[in-house]
Write a protein that binds this ligand. Structure first.
Ligand SMILES: Cc1cc2nc3c(=O)[nH]c(=O)nc-3n(C[C@H](O)[C@H](O)[C@H](O)COP(=O)(O)OP(=O)(O)OC[C@H]3O[C@@H](n4cnc5c(N)ncnc54)[C@H](O)[C@@H]3O)c2cc1C
Length: 453
């Protein structure tokens, strides 16, 4: 059934040069890069009450370093880490055989640093607004419609950058979008949570001294002698727990050491079959995720050394979404491009994270490694038909398999920086983002320290 919603006049809240929708890793970087020369009016919209998106939920940032161990994500994302490090809120980039590298950050300081960066660059931030519509003239996006406690309002913009993760702006603008694999299966979401009071040394000792019992996937046990580590394994313990009747939704125990010595972040909730673009599905996911945590805590306390006296301290405010919509852009990046390390003349990001597909039906994961880093071309940010719009982050133009490699936050921040830089240069040159001189964008990125191979 449908009903007719009558047309009405709405307030125009703002008119800007560049409007970024979504303040996660790609969004705050896009806004900063668009604004950093100070010659454009830039606005950032965010539906939550803070910036940072998944950077705030206890996840390590993966793959600042590439498969050969050299740093490949630099530029503004590295400057962001430097800002965090200056206040003791980020670690070094630790090499890791499985993840190439991991960098832990303090989610609360992420929120502060993101806000300070926006203030510094003169970006106007508007939180608690949901982008629910797009204004178009023919095929050219002219701005968006937002919904908030004020009701519906319009924001006009010369260029819009969609960093919503779900491609909300692109979808509403009529850009062709896809979800998941050939059957529509998407990587399952996870509700991250933090345990404190963990005897991390006991966990470390168990893994290092008894590798036959406490197995790890593809990671030498020497990796666990360091202060910071990520476990991906303990498959034997999960089998034992299942035999004991615990319903564990995942085959591997993924634990991440936090910035405090007794802190561990748990990445083990899996709610298969969730579609975050359907609120009923996302609601079921949230409720299931909280139920899973109870079982997982029992598993950790009974089967994983070091958790005997641990308690749950923080549950992230939302279940994180690994995959939903991706757009069809001027180029669709494929797993073959990644694995063959294909070079592109219009590369704006060089990334190094392997293809890492958490199976849509739950349980395990498929990883496809590359020998070296790979290029991501500018055209993945540019929708095929709609003008005045760029799409950065995990919803850029990639296949299901390719986005399983490019979705990590180091790469998403770099994609955001590239989109912001391109939007700024297109405006300076009086052209649409689809017509921007990509060599100028590359030069701009290189001048800001970005690594392009
Ligand atoms: C459970 C989980 C584990 C992961 N593990 C890792 C890991 O260990 N390391 C790693 O590097 N990466 C990891 N990833 C991947 C990574 O976190 C994401 O792919 C990445 O954060 C995507 O960045 P983004 O900017 O595209 O989107 P998001 O981080 O999703 O940010 C989107 C932002 O847009 C806002 N928004 C959305 N829709 C609207 C709207 N309509 N209007 C206004 N605002 C809106 C959201 O509130 C959010 O702040 C993981 C992801 C998940 C879910």
């Amino acid at each position: 059934m449908t009903i007719h919603e009558s047309a009405r006049d709405i307030n125009v809240r703002a008119s800007v040069d560049v409007l970024v929708v979504g303040g996660g890793p790609s969004g705050f970087m896009a806004a900063y890069a668009a604004a950093r020369k100070g010659n454009h009016k830039v606005m950032l919209l965010e539906s939550r009450g803070y910036l940072g998106g998944n950077l705030t939920i206890g996840l390590p940032i993966l793959a600042f370093l590439g498969p050969k161990g050299n740093q490949i994500i630099k530029g503004e994302p590295q400057k962001f880490i430097d800002r965090l490090k200056a206040r003791g809120a980020a670690t070094d980039h630790y090499p890791c055989k499985l993840h190439k590298s991991f960098t832990m950050v303090d989610g609360e300081e992420v929120k502060n640093v993101c806000a300070e960066m926006m203030e510094e660059a003169g970006v106007e931030v508007l939180m608690y607004v949901f982008c629910c519509g797009v204004l178009k003239d023919g095929d050219k996006v002219q701005g968006v419609i937002i919904e908030s406690k004020c009701g519906r309002e319009a924001i006009l913009a010369k260029t819009v950058i969609d960093c919503t993760g779900d491609g909300d702006v692109a979808f509403r603008a009529g850009v062709e979008c896809h979800k998941g694999d050939a059957e529509g299966g998407m990587q399952p979401p996870t509700l991250m949570y933090q345990m404190r009071g963990v005897d991390v040394q006991a966990l470390r000792d168990a893994i290092v001294q008894h590798p036959d019992v406490y197995d790890m996937d593809n990671m030498p046990h020497s990796q666990f002698t360091r202060r910071h580590f990520i476990t991906v394994g303990l498959r034997n313990q999960i089998l034992k727990a299942r035999e004991a009747g615990l319903d564990i939704p995942v085959s591997r125990t993924i634990l991440i050491t936090g910035l405090q010595p007794d802190e561990i972040w748990v990445n083990m909730v899996r709610v298969s079959g969730t579609d975050s673009t359907d609120p009923a599905s996302y609601t079921r996911c949230e409720i299931t995720a909280h139920k899973q945590i109870k079982v997982l805590n029992e598993y950790l306390r009974r089967f994983v050394p070091g958790f005997e006296n641990a308690h749950m301290e923080i549950v992230s405010p939302f279940t994180g979404i690994r995959e939903s919509r991706v757009i069809v852009g001027k180029y669709v990046l494929t797993a073959d491009d990644i694995v063959s390390m294909r070079k592109f003349d219009d590369a704006v990001v060089v990334a190094g994270y392997p293809v890492d597909i958490h199976h849509s039906k739950g349980g395990d994961c498929t990883m496809i490694f590359t020998e070296d880093a790979y290029d991501i071309p500018y055209r993945v940010l540019v929708p095929e038909k709609i003008e005045g719009l760029l799409v950065a982050g995990r919803c850029s133009s990639m296949t299901h398999e390719a986005m399983a490699g490019t979705r990590v936050m180091s790469t998403c921040m770099a994609l955001g920086e590239a989109a912001g830089s391109a939007a700024r240069i297109a405006l300076e040159d009086g052209v649409l983002p689809s017509q921007v001189d990509v060599q100028k964008v590359r030069t701009d990125l290189l001048e800001n320290g970005v690594y392009l191979g």
